[in-house]
Ligand binder design. Structure first.
Ligand code: DGY
Length: 322
């Protein structure tokens, strides 16, 4: 009988995800739901594995790929894949897959929730009650910023960007965007207006970062960029922390160069509670939960398994990136 491909999974997954594939693969996994697999164990496991299902918490770098002499496919449970040295994997003949599309709407929901929570000071207002500070109703107590009628500037108009733009349209916002290439469909159906990056920065009331992390976007949002934004602008980041120079963001907030920020991602994750960005009342911070709905996380895991299955059964991975 033909030997089943060995799959190593870097986190404990629920049985209902694995069950349909048990007869196709020899599955081994790191038996913790919330703690990442230690690097030395991961290195040992990939030596034997034909396929790897990993998360963004794992760095799949040259050293690891060099150990993975049997490895044929890496299924990353994320749309972003900056945790993987894709060029080197490709050079070694290893296919890499990601999970596009299935998370776009959920991530757009979170992006918009974060924008609204930041604009309307939802977390501050909730804390105000918990801290027993509500003594009177006052005209400007906890007054935030309007969303309707304002201009959103979406930087990175991919699938998630377009899903955010659809929500912005529903909220009566003016939609501007910057992207490597123009999006005629979004311009037509959503009335989205293309802007050069600098133009977008000076015009937008909400600057929303949805760019993938690449060599070109690393620290894209730096001192100069924050200086160009309106002092009333709200900055939202739901892409990757490393697209922002966090020191420059802290300074921009301290100097009131921008009004507020909503952040789902950080330069080095996870952050600890002494992180400087947690010191601002006007900054809403979340622990990288853009795609975190049960439905979407389930679909992302299923897609990873389908990618592995497609590769090994010869029909081909569903969503390869290389
Ligand atoms: C992604 O998919 O890239 C997110 O950051 C995790 O859902």
């Amino acid at each position: 009988m033909k030997k089943k491909p060995q799959i190593f999974i870097t986190r404990k997954l629920p049985e209902h995800i694995l069950e349909p594939f048990r007869d196709k693969f020899e599955i081994k996994m790191w038996e913790s739901e919330d703690k990442p697999v230690p690097n030395n164990i991961l290195h040992n496991e990939v030596e034997k594995a034909d396929g790897l299902l990993c998360l963004i918490s794992e760095r799949i770098d040259r050293a690891l790929i060099d150990r993975a002499t049997n490895l044929k496919i890496i299924a990353n449970m994320a749309v972003g894949y900056d945790n993987i040295d894709v060029n080197y994997a490709t050079e070694k003949g290893i296919i890499v897959t990601n999970t596009p599309d299935v998370l776009s709407e959920t991530t757009a929901d979170l992006t918009f929730s974060l924008l609204m929570a930041t604009a309307r000071r939802i977390i501050e207002a909730s804390d105000y009650l918990r801290e027993n500070k509500w003594e009177n109703w006052s005209p400007y107590a906890l007054a935030g910023t309007d969303i309707f009628g304002k201009t959103i500037g979406i930087v990175g108009m991919g699938r998630i960007g377009e899903a955010v733009a659809r929500r912005a349209k529903g909220f009566g916002m003016k939609i501007t965007y910057h992207n490597r290439n123009r999006k005629p469909e979004a311009e037509k159906s959503l009335g989205a207006l293309y802007r050069e990056f600098d133009e977008l920065l000076t015009e937008a009331d909400y600057v929303v970062s949805l760019v993938p992390l690449t060599g070109a976007t690393k620290y894209l949002f730096d001192k100069n960029v924050f200086e160009k934004m309106k002092s009333s602008a709200i900055f939202i980041n739901v892409s990757r922390g490393q697209v922002v120079d966090e020191t420059a963001l802290v300074n921009a907030l301290q100097e009131n160069q921008i009004k507020a920020a909503g952040l789902d991602v950080f330069e080095k994750e996870p952050i600890q509670n002494d992180h400087p960005l947690l010191n601002f009342d006007n900054v809403v911070c979340l622990p990288h939960i853009g795609s975190a709905s049960v439905e979407t996380r389930t679909r992302m895991l299923e897609l990873c398994m389908e990618n592995l299955d497609g590769f090994f059964n010869g029909s081909g991975p569903v969503t390869p990136i290389s």
